[in-house]
Design a protein around this ligand. Structure first.
Ligand SMILES: [Zn+2]
Length: 217
């Protein structure tokens, strides 16, 4: 492994993940995981701002990982086992239907760990579950079902650079982006120019940039 391992993850199936983010990642030969929901799951959302399933299949065919972010993006800590299994299973079924490899990674909608669903994730063969806690993750030491990641966006100041700096040796920086840009959720917006600069920075630092499943390969 390179001296700096970075995992890039992109949440919520925003349409520019395929149209803008993926080509830039390919240019740098970076891996990434896209955590998807069912299109239209967000209240009052305009479908044109989100990928449909054929678009997600294209991302998968480009070599990127599709991870499970639930059907409806609920607060999983409030769900019973059956409700959670329905949320998880919906995405698994859609992946099967569209020829996308079965998801093996999960991201908690909204960020915090939902302790009540960890056993179900393990039973169903998931490898890890990503939360948001702005800490690095060390494989082999840290619990993969309470994986901490850092949400980096326009309003996160120098957190991106800070996390890359802290990725060192066995400490991996798992980074979370949303839309580039994100018109419906401006609090997690990333400006496209800023995003390009972030990828250039990773390249200059000779980072190994991979998907989440790659950490467990
Ligand atoms: Zn999300």
């Amino acid at each position: 492994m390179s001296s700096k391992t970075i995992v890039l993850t992109f949440d919520d199936a925003v349409v520019n993940h395929l149209s803008f983010v993926a080509p830039l990642l390919k240019k740098h030969r970076f891996g990434a995981t896209f955590f998807v929901n069912e299109p239209g799951c967000f209240k009052n959302s305009d479908l044109k701002n989100y990928m449909d399933w054929p678009a997600m299949k294209k991302l998968s065919d480009l070599g990127f990982e599709i991870g499970n972010h639930t059907r409806n993006h609920p607060n999983c800590s409030k769900l019973g086992k059956e409700e959670f299994e329905a949320e998880l299973g919906w995405i698994e079924d859609r992946c099967r239907e569209f020829g996308i490899p079965a998801p093996v990674t999960f991201a908690y909608p909204g960020g915090p760990v939902a302790e009540n669903v960890i056993d179900t994730l393990k039973e169903r063969g998931y490898l890890c579950a990503r939360s948001v806690a702005n800490e690095t993750f060390r494989p082999g030491r840290d619990d993969p079902f309470r994986m901490s990641a850092a949400a980096v966006q326009d309003n996160s100041g120098g957190l991106f650079e800070e996390m890359v700096r802290r990725a060192c040796g066995e400490d991996v920086a798992v980074l979370v982006f949303h839309g580039v840009p994100d018109p419906e959720h401006p609090w997690v917006n990333t400006d496209p120019k800023r995003f390009e600069a972030c990828l250039n920075f990773l390249a200059e630092q000779h980072c190994l940039v991979v998907s989440l499943r790659d950490l467990f390969a």
